[in-house]
Design a protein. Sequence first.
Lengths: 364, 329
Amino acid sequence: MPREEMEVAPPLEYLSILDEEGDLDQELEPDLDEEELVQMYRTMLRARRFDKLLLEWQRGGRIGTFAPVSGQEASQIGAMSAARDEDWFVPSFREIAAFLWRGGDPVDMTLYNAGWNEGVAIPEDARDFPISIPVASQLPLATGLAYAIRLRGEDDVAMTFFGDGATSEGDFHEALNFAGTFQLPVVFVCQNNQWAISVPRERQTASETLAQKGLAYGIPGIQVDGNDILAVRVAADEAVKRARAGDGPTLVECVTYRLKVHTTADDPSRYRDEEEVERWKERDPIPRFRRYLEKKGILDEGEADEMTDSVEEELGGVWEEAEERIETLGGPDVMFQHVYADLPPHLERQRKWFGTDEEENDNG
Amino acid sequence: MPQITYREALNQALAEEMERDETVFLMGEEVAEYDGAYKVSKGLLERFGSDRVVDSPISELGFAGLGVGAAMTGLRPVIEFMTFNFSILALDQVINSAAKLHYMSAGQFSVPMVFRGPTGAALQLSAQHSQACETWYVHSPGIKLVTPGTPADAKGLLKAAIRDDDPVAVMEGELLYNVKGEVPDPEEGDFIIPLGVADVKREGDHVSIITHGKMVHVALQAAGQLAKEGVDAEVVDLRSLRPLDVEAILRSVHKTNRAVYLEEGWPYVGIGAQIVALIQEEAFDYLDAPVLRVTQADIPMPYAKNLEKLAKPDAKRVVAACKRVLYQD
């Protein structure tokens, strides 16, 4: 009758490749081509710049509430870049950087944040899900689309993003349980950005890591330095490869930090110290990756600065373009579209009522 | 016409649609090996395999959401809730995902899926498992809801629901599964009942008993009793609560000038409240009496057999309500 230790899961790994100084562990360095590395860096810059613009537009009353991405660019682009175009991107509400990596148009996202669902319209062949706002609700969706992939006998992968707070939701547990039980091709990318609005990571769960939560569902978990784009990429590459091979899901915990507000309806100075923010700024993923690229001789200082300027210039006209499109939208016609696949008679009547050309009101 | 049970009718509908369209799959608790808690999926596992007839973990929110995700990629999932009472846990995925994502993706993603299972009380299942869940579903734009009361309606509506491009809830009745009725022979072609079309189950001139789901049988029973007293009641089965067959309701009220709404659920903001509002807005001048409602008592369902019976709507109360609108009480 023994009482002994059981080996129920593989030990959990932590991965970091590139430190804050831009020094790296060469043995762990992934073999990525220079063009892709530059593209990753440029997308990080675009995300950071676009975030700043969105915040200005929100403060100026031009767009509605949104959730800034600053600080989490490495987690999002490191993970998303491991997927191919045919794979599915299932975002929550903060995935601005991943959206840009997928080829998303900043004008579209501006439209969306100004309140127009047309902004989430994607090209016909794109495999990007619409933004999911209820926390963790996109995880079961990703599991379902992975189920569909398997049922169709395809080898695509679903990659879904969420935060540390989402791991406390039932959706997280039910989605991981399903994905584990059915060995579905999903990559769960948790961006542990330390804060769920005002609730710190420690108050979210007593687990030492979030990655270990996968183990209970028979899912490999790995914790990575989420501000190290190379580490995130390596972990995501492995996870995508595993999913594509039919060996099931992975939970990747990216340890990162939300440098700005939770959403524009939030004031973090009420619950966290500026010192903490400053400490994390030192670990900012963008300068870190820039140092790496410079040390590798992929970009020199001048080229890197030039890229920052060109990104600013590129995004300079986004608002004007969005505004032009907004002027073509609006009114009751748009409001009543897409409630159902076809406009039912009672909504046709309401459409007229909310318009200007009819006096009939009928809610039936 | 062959006589089959409500259960067999649903089974036929599932089998025919799964045969016709390989994107249709069934998922839920106990639906595969066990043939479903109420044996609706009998034989389907053997016929269509375990990828398309899928036993899920006990995880209503999980498989409701899984269905939405699969539907967004073009599959047509049929998600079985062992009872809609269990689906309360899944309502975030039903209301915030299934009913909203077509709208919030500007029409780019459809959610062609079915949620199905029994609603309402059976016998002594106590308060948490005896609830009529229609109002929770029908309240939200973006979703459709049908409530078949007979085997033929069960088959025709489920087939239409599976083919529909919007999410459709098909609420069945636990006490209906063994009820027999005529259903057209599958050999004679596809039998589909379009969503949003009511059915007059009994014609009459004196009073309209409007109802849905398994209460159709209570309404018919009441109409039978009224007939013995010289009252000719019309029974209008809405069959579909969203979209609603407004014309059918008004047509009947125009004819009888008196109406009673019968439903299994609670009165407070119930389905009847919507129908009464509609009738007074659209047919006020036709009414010879206020429209009354017959519902369950406004209490959690008692567990004790005698109290449960007392709390549920029955033919006797329907008869009394009809007499009242006829000023015969």
